[in-house]
Design a protein around this ligand. Structure first.
Ligand code: AMO
Length: 444
C-alpha cells in the first residue's frame, strides 16, 4: 500500500490508508489507547479499542514518545476528536523504530499534581540533539519558510536572465582580506575555505555570463559569540554586468526581497504569526537610503547616540539597532540602505567615487545587517592599486588576472540566508539554521 500524508488522509473519511510518522503523544489505558501520530504535514489520532483489537496491545505497550510507526487503518469522522474531527481506526501497527527516553526537553512542561515542571533545554543542549529538536512544528516551519525564501529568490532571478553557478569552496589563497579564513590541510600544502564567492562571482562577469547567482556555504573564522554570527553560513550571492551605478544593485535587491517576502507571506504568513508571533511585512519600494554620516547625525539628534570618532566611517552594532527605530519612525519601513562607508572599512574591490568613497552599501533589516553590496572596480590598474593599498599582493594575483583581458562594469551583493531567517522569525541564529557551527561547535 502506498503511504498517504496525514494531511491528505484527514480529508478522506471512509478511506483505508497507510500513514507513517513519529508518536507525538500516547495515552494507553486499560480499555483504550490513543496515539497521536505526526508527520511533516500534520497530526492525526489513532484510536484503539483494545477489546476489539487484542493483537495490537502488545505493540502499543512497547511504544514510547518519538518512536516511528506505520499504521494501516480506516479514516473515520468523529466530532469528539479535537484533531480535525477525524481519527484512524487501525488494522495494523508496525513499529519501525523505538525511541529511547528523550535527552532534551523541546518545550517547557508545566507542573502537574504528580510531576514537577520541566524547563525547556537550552539551545546548546538542544543542538547536541538537533535532529530531535528539529521535529517540532516551529523548527519544521522554519525550514519550510527558508525553502520558500531561497526558492522564490532563485525563481525571481531565473526569470530575470540570471544563471546559477557553483564556485569552489577550497581555494589556494585567502579571499578578500586574508583575515577570518580557515586554513585546511590540502595534501602537502595548505588550502583555505572560501569566506565569500566574491572572486569567482567576478570571474563569471569576466567570463561574459552577465548575470549570475549562487547559494552556497560561506566560512568565517571569526571568534564571535553573538546571536547573529556563525562560522559557516549559507550565502545568497549575486553579481551582474553592465550596471551604471550601485543604485542598480540596490534596486535589484529591493525588488528581489519584496518579491520574496510577498511569497513567504502568501504561503506562510499566518503560520509564522501563530508560531513565532511575528508579522511578515511586505515592504514598499523604493527602500529608504541614508548616508552613514547623515545617519549618525540623525541618531545623535533623535536619540542622543554619539559614535566614537574612530568608528565614524563604519556602522556600529548599536547604530544598526538604533537605525531600525529611526527608519520606522521616519519612513514606516523595516529596511534601510546605508551608503558612504569609509574606504578603509570596505573591501579593496569596491569601486570608489571621485572623492574616494566606496560605491557600495549595507542593507539593514530590523536593525541587523543582512547584506553588503557594491559596484566593483573592474579597471585592472585601479583595482591593482586599491589591492596594494590594503597590502594584498601575490595572493590575489590570480584574481587580478580576471580584469586584464576584458571585463564589463558590474556589481553585486551577498546576503546571509541564516540572518534573514532569524530576523523573519525573530529567532537567534542558532535556532534559525539546520545545524549551527560556531567556535565551540563542530558536532553533531
Ligand atoms: P559580507 O562579509 O558583509 O560581504 O557578508 C555578506 C552577508 O553575509 C552575512 N554574514 C554572516 N552571517 C552569519 N554569520 C557570519 N559570521 C556572517 N558574516 C556575514 C551577513 C552579511 O551581510 N563579498 C561580500 C559581499 C558582496 O559584496 O557581494 C561579503 O562577503 O548577512
Amino acid at each position: 500500500m502506498t503511504r498517504t500524508y496525514i494531511a491528505d488522509a484527514a480529508k478522506t473519511p471512509g478511506a483505508k490508508v497507510l500513514v507513517q510518522g513519529f508518536v507525538d503523544n500516547l495515552r494507553d489505558s486499560k480499555y483504550m489507547a490513543f496515539i497521536v501520530l505526526k508527520d511533516i504535514t500534520g497530526r492525526i489520532q489513532i484510536t484503539v479499542e483494545k477489546e476489539k483489537l487484542p493483537g495490537l496491545c502488545d505493540t502499543i505497550s512497547q511504544l514510547t514518545p518519538d518512536s516511528v510507526i506505520s499504521v494501516t487503518g480506516t479514516v473515520i469522522e468523529n466530532e469528539y476528536v479535537k484533531m480535525g474531527g477525524v481519527e484512524i481506526i487501525p488494522e495494523d501497527i508496525q513499529i519501525e523504530s523505538i525511541a529511547d527516553a528523550l535527552p532534551i526537553a523541546r518545550k517547557a512542561i508545566p507542573a502537574t499534581r504528580k510531576k514537577k515542571a520541566v524547563e525547556r533545554s537550552s539551545i546548546d543542549q538542544r543542538i547536541d540533539y538537533r535532529w530531535i529538536d528539529l521535529r517540532t512544528d516551529e523548527n519544521q516551519l522554519m525550514i519550510q519558510v527558508q525553502t520558500v525564501m531561497v526558492n522564490s529568490m532563485r525563481q525571481y532571478l531565473l526569470d530575470h536572465h540570471f544563471v546559477e553557478i557553483h564556485t569552489p569552496k577550497l581555494i589556494g589563497a585567502a579571499s578578500e582580506s586574508g583575515a577570518d579564513v580557515f586554513e585546511v590541510k590540502y595534501f602537502d600544502r595548505s588550502a583555505y575555505l572560501a569566506q565569500s564567492p566574491q572572486f569567482y562571482k567576478q570571474m563569471a562577469m569576466a567570463s561574459g555570463l552577465e548575470r549570475i547567482f549562487e547559494v552556497g556555504p560561506v566560512f568565517r573564522a571569526e571568534k564571535s559569540y553573538t546571536n547573529r554570527h556563525t562560522t559557516e553560513f549559507t550565502g545568497f550571492d549575486l553579481e551582474f554586468s553592465y550596471i551604471t551605478s550601485y543604485q542598480d544593485v540596490m534596486d535589484l535587491e529591493a525588488e528581489l526581497l519584496t518579491h520574496m517576502l510577498k511569497e513567504v507571506k502568501e504561503k506562510y504568513g499566518e503560520q509564522i504569526q501563530e508560531a513565532f508571533g511575528k508579522e511578515v511585512i511586505v515592504p514598499t519600494l523604493p527602500f529608504p537610503t541614508v548616508d552613514l554620516h547623515t545617519l549618525y547625525d540623525e541618531l545623535e539628534k533623535n536619540y542622543g547616540y554619539v559614535v566614537d570618532e574612530s568608528e565614524k566611517n563604519d556602522m556600529t552594532t548599536e547604530a544598526e539597532q538604533l537605525s531600525y527605530k529611526w527608519v520606522q519612525e521616519k519612513y514606516g519601513h523595516e529596511f534601510l540602505f546605508v551608503t558612504g562607508f569609509g574606504p578603509e572599512k570596505r573591501a579593496f574591490y569596491h569601486m570608489r567615487d571621485e572623492n574616494g568613497i566606496p560605491m557600495g552599501y549595507d542593507l539593514v533589516w530590523r536593525g541587523v545587517e543582512i547584506t553588503t553590496g557594491a559596484q566593483r572596480e573592474h579597471r585592472y590598474e585601479i583595482l591593482k592599486k586599491q589591492a596594494a593599498e590594503k597590502g594584498l599582493g601575490d595572493d590575489i594575483k590570480f584574481y587580478l588576472e580576471f580584469f586584464k583581458y576584458g571585463c564589463p562594469p558590474h556589481g553585486g551583493f551577498g546576503l546571509g540566508v541564516d540572518r534573514m531567517t532569524m530576523l523573519l522569525l525573530d529567532l537567534g541564529i542558532k535556532d534559525a539554521m539546520f545545524l549551527f557551527r560556531g567556535p565551540n561547535r563542530l558536532t553533531p
